[in-house]
Design a binder for this molecule. Structure first.
Ligand code: ZN
Length: 287
């Protein structure tokens, strides 16, 4: 396992972590100031400043991407299917322009939440079938751009509104179905927040292997968690044994960025430089 205690070469900042403190250009500049080498932008943050300005901010600050957030939301009713299709193709184009190593997929839950305006449904079995179809469709386009797709399993509490893929096992089953030859074009993004509780986790990380482990996200699980979406903890403030999960993915050969992704009103209220400084300290001590 790599030693992170001496520097933060392998720290990447998911830019949602400081989304309230500044736009993407301001965040990229702040990363430059703090010697942070990796970022993972969100599409809405890129759209706000414009793709060209985002590409320039990445280049000017000598940044690399550890992922691009997010593609997916594949579940839709018939009327919103074309919107989903086009939206995910645009996402691939943006990821290519930004030099992302992969697109993180949040696959969608029930259609009315995944693609608002869609007719309401309670059919999670059908939603999951649509996810398979949607990923297969997006892969066709992404493959031509050599852009890998990383399925992020989300905690089961998000099954209705964000993602009906809820375990690493389920995500890897999809990978096996759609990419049986392990081409490197489909894998998983493992976020400790979503998967730390899973009794099958360690075995599934071994099953994933190097070629399916495309991204690794860290934050912490607070007890109590007051808001399942926006009360994520800073690494070290909660109950996740982050080092043990990192050791497991690195034992498979994962050698990429450890991406910090914290959605938290508490951290959004603090100055950007203070948040980044804390991220760097915790990256060295508890990640
Ligand atoms: Zn994540």
């Amino acid at each position: 396992m790599r030693d992170f205690s001496g520097d933060h070469r392998w720290l990447s900042l998911n830019t949602a972590t400081v989304r309230k403190q500044g736009d993407f250009v301001a965040i990229a500049d702040a990363c430059g100031r703090h010697g942070i080498r990796g970022v993972s932008p969100w599409r809405d943050q890129v759209a706000t400043v414009g793709l060209e300005n985002a590409v320039r901010a990445v280049r000017d600050n000598d940044l690399e991407l550890s992922g691009y957030c997010r593609g997916g939301m594949f579940v839709a009713d018939e009327a919103h299917r074309a919107q989903e299709h086009d939206d995910n193709r645009r996402c691939v184009d943006e990821a290519v322009a930004l030099g992302a190593p992969c697109i993180v997929l949040v696959v969608g839950g029930l259609p009315q939440y995944s693609r608002p305006g869609s007719a309401a449904s309670k059919d999670i079995v059908n939603a999951r079938a649509q996810v398979d179809d949607g990923i297969a469709d997006m892969m066709e386009y992404a493959k031509q751009a050599s852009m890998p797709l990383a399925i992020e399993p989300l905690h089961p509490a998000y099954a209705a509104d964000r993602a009906c893929v809820n375990t690493t096992e389920q995500a890897l089953d999809i990978c096996d179905r759609l990419d049986p030859n392990r081409t490197g074009m489909l894998g998983v993004a493992l976020d400790v927040y979503h998967i730390w509780w899973d009794p099958k986790l360690m075995g599934q990380i071994v099953r994933a292997g190097r070629d399916r482990l495309l991204a690794f996200h860290v934050c912490d699980w607070l007890v109590p968690t007051t808001d399942i979406l926006n009360d994520r903890g800073m690494m070290g403030d909660g109950v996740i044994d982050i080092k043990s999960v990192r050791a497991a993915v690195e034992a498979q050969g994962f050698a990429g960025y450890s991406e910090i992704e914290i959605f938290s009103h508490g951290w959004w209220d603090r100055p950007m430089d203070e948040v980044l400084q804390t991220c760097i300290e915790r990256h060295k001590s508890v990640v």
